[in-house]
Design a protein around this ligand. Structure first.
Ligand SMILES: Nc1nc2c(ncn2[C@@H]2O[C@H](COP(=O)(O)OP(=O)(O)OP(=O)(O)O)[C@@H](O)[C@H]2O)c(=O)[nH]1
Length: 305
């Protein structure tokens, strides 16, 4: 029998600057940037998706709870509560170093969290971040005590998102709290959708640089084929450069194909760096008259409705 899958939403709370982005970058890397969620998930707040074996976790970011005191719209608060309504686990991220220096800031930072999730309905995991800069670890004790008092059911994890200390334990605990449910995202789709787009942007950037003033006004790049399966460690990409007129084609290609070759080499180097694999990049130029008026093509480029 197949193992039961587990799936759930991890809602991240915490004041700005606590280190949420740093932690997510460490956990998910570049796969964060742009994902293509299914419609039922709150699109705007998705910051990353992790799939590890049978477990898939969607991380939702919520700036709302902690910015309220600075007077930013109740809308943000509502979006935080909307995210919390979907939460299976709450991760509260705090800058422990800051409170180790001055504990007075802790109570006001905990207050909105206690109000929102202090009833114990959801598992709350507290990441006490930046412990790498706390030299005297005893200074953490009053911080730990105050959190344990305010959120008695919470589990505490001293970590450093920067160095990685404690991060594995935190992730393991987060994943283990997710309920049995089928995965909602295809891990391949999640990982390649954003990088495909970024790859096309890289090609476009190199074209802009190479063409300078000669740049045709209507030019677009689409990824026609993306193959990372046929050979491990190699990503084969076929990208089309669309120009609006036949006369633009030689401008892009250059004498003896030199310009296109140069663009391809530069783009390939950047895409390799982004993907961390070798890349075989094939570029070709397509003339597509009046594509700027073609709604279905614009949609393909992500520009239409
Ligand atoms: N020393 C140390 N610095 C850290 C650690 N984690 C994050 N930082 C630093 O803290 C600052 C804020 O980190 P971010 O990850 O941007 O914080 P954030 O919570 O995403 O902030 P917002 O995007 O404003 O919500 C950055 O300068 C990070 O380099 C850590 O574990 N140790």
């Amino acid at each position: 029998m197949e193992n039961m899958q587990r799936f759930g939403h991890v809602v991240m709370l915490g004041p700005t600057n606590a280190g949420k982005s740093t932690l997510l970058n460490r956990l998910i890397g570049q796969k964060i940037s742009i994902v293509s969620p299914k419609p039922q998930t709150t699109r705007n707040s998705i910051s990353g998706i992790i799939t590890q074996g049978d477990v898939q976790a969607v991380f939702l970011d919520t700036p709302g709870l902690h910015r309220q005191k600075r007077g930013i719209a109740p809308l943000l608060m509502r979006s935080a509560y909307a995210a919390l309504a979907q939460a299976d686990v709450v991760m509260l991220m705090l800058d422990a170093a800051q409170y180790a220096r001055r504990i007075d800031g802790l109570a006001p930072d905990l207050k909105p969290v206690v109000k929102a999730v202090g009833d114990g309905r959801l598992p709350v995991l507290v990441a006490l971040n930046k412990v790498d800069v706390v030299r005297e670890k005893v200074k953490l004790l009053p911080v730990l005590e105050a959190i344990a008092e305010a959120l008695p059911a919470a589990e505490l994890f001293p970590i450093s998102a920067l160095t990685g200390v404690g991060v594995d334990e935190l992730l393991k605990a987060l994943l283990s709290r997710l309920p049995e449910a089928p995965h909602q995202f295809d891990p391949d789709e999640v990982s390649t959708a954003p990088v495909r787009f970024l790859a096309s942007e890289i090609v476009r950037e190199k074209l802009f640089l190479a063409l300078g003033d000669e740049l045709p006004y209507s030019m677009a790049v689409t990824i026609e084929d993306w193959d990372e399966k046929s050979k491990p460690g190699l990503t084969k990409i076929r990208a089309a450069i669309h120009v609006g007129r036949e006369s633009h084609k030689p401008m892009v290609i250059g004498k003896g194909g030199e310009r296109l070759k140069d663009v391809g080499q530069k783009a390939r180097a950047d895409i390799e760096e982004m993907l961390g694999t070798q890349v075989f990049l094939e570029l070709w130029v397509k003339v597509r008259r009046d594509w700027t008026d073609d709604p279905s093509f614009l949609r393909d480029l992500g520009l239409g409705q």
